[in-house]
Design a protein around this ligand. Sequence first.
Ligand code: PMP
Length: 450
Amino acid sequence: MADTAGGTARSERDDAHVFYSWSAQELVRPVTVAGGEGAWFWDTDGRRYLDFASQLINLNLGHQHPALVGAVQAQAGRLATIAPSFANPVRSELARLIVERAPGGADGGLNRVFFTNGGADAVENAVRLARRHTGRQKVLAAYRSYHGNTGTAVSATGDPRRWPNEVDPGVRHFFGPFTYRSSFGATTDAQECAAALRHLREVVELEGPATIAAILLETVVGTNGVLVPPDGYLAGVRELCDEHGILFVADEVMVGFGRVGEWFAVDHWGVVPDLVVFAKGVNSGYVPLGGVLIAERVAASFDHAAFPGGLTYSGHPLACAPGVASIHVFEEQGILDRVRSLGERVLGARLRDMASRHPSVGEVRGLGFLWAIELVRDPATRERLVPFQGTAEQNAPMVEVTRAVTAGGVWPFPQVNRLHLAPPLITSVEDLEHGLDVVDAALDVADRYV
Ligand code: PMP
């Protein structure tokens, strides 16, 4: 077999029989991970990495947290599995704990949880709930978004790199706010907010409000750029939905459960959606789990007419147990306060300082423990360091920058021309500073292309 990327041929590797996600199978050269602890993991040669990607921005409480591992072990000893049609104490307890922390509190009305196995199937079921509840078919979703890799979720994903499997004809896309690369010619957040809301209102009018079941959006766009919405945007979407009986579905798979310093990211803006999709941080991904928080009035429409959705592993006890443990750890250790304060004081402050010194940094943006460094060749024109869908040759500078970070023992989350940084929420200040030193030094590589 041809060896196209150096090292051992695919067929001779230890992982020869694994088919990898998001990868050209012949080119993928994964690090073989032997173990991890806290913010660190290490490979089979003992090389250690500081996990600035939290395993796809998932591992909020870090590797091998004793409370989470213990919760899985204890539950396995008690009852390893039970079908979703039975009640089970650990599932009921997790639902109660989530509802108690739901956006809007007790007045918000988000008081029911439908559990799934992960993010994509939570999106599928949120859309299905919205369509059944409203009797409408269309779903508006944003360009520059990621909602998962199954039917409707991948159709809703506003990223053409994911689209060959597009299957849901009810999805329509719109532009969300992104001041740095405004689709509307705006130069301030206030202008961008107003323009994006005007645009969305026009899309709703031209699609026909009475045909639209839901507006689905990531509260803070994750994979497609770490785009924090300007103040007023989410409130404007809420208002538009209310005018037309459209359900507001917030996808908080990446940003829920403390990633940006609140239980749910919408809490930053005091907005209460009708459905909130979550996964990842709910239990740090120790066992796959996702779900949909459902407004009472939506849930009530299925009181007498069955909801047709269901999953064998919905609310799996082994997944709910670390979910319960995780919420207790968050509270005992003040994780939300920690993320709010260190996210700004350490991550935000240091990254802004890097932006002021490195000409290749077009913009840094983020919230809490989720940040992106947008790399450019020309700060004036904002030309990206590598094109949106570049060839391997065109993407080489980004590979070089990423390698400089990993060679320094830090694992980032690179996307197109951006380095996303999202350490576990328990990462020590010393480790945060160390990781940022490594990133800072690696940006010299990007500066050479300016
Ligand atoms: N929505 C968002 C915002 C996500 O970031 C992701 C995963 N990165 C998903 C949905 C899909 O989640 P999963 O991979 O668990 O299906």
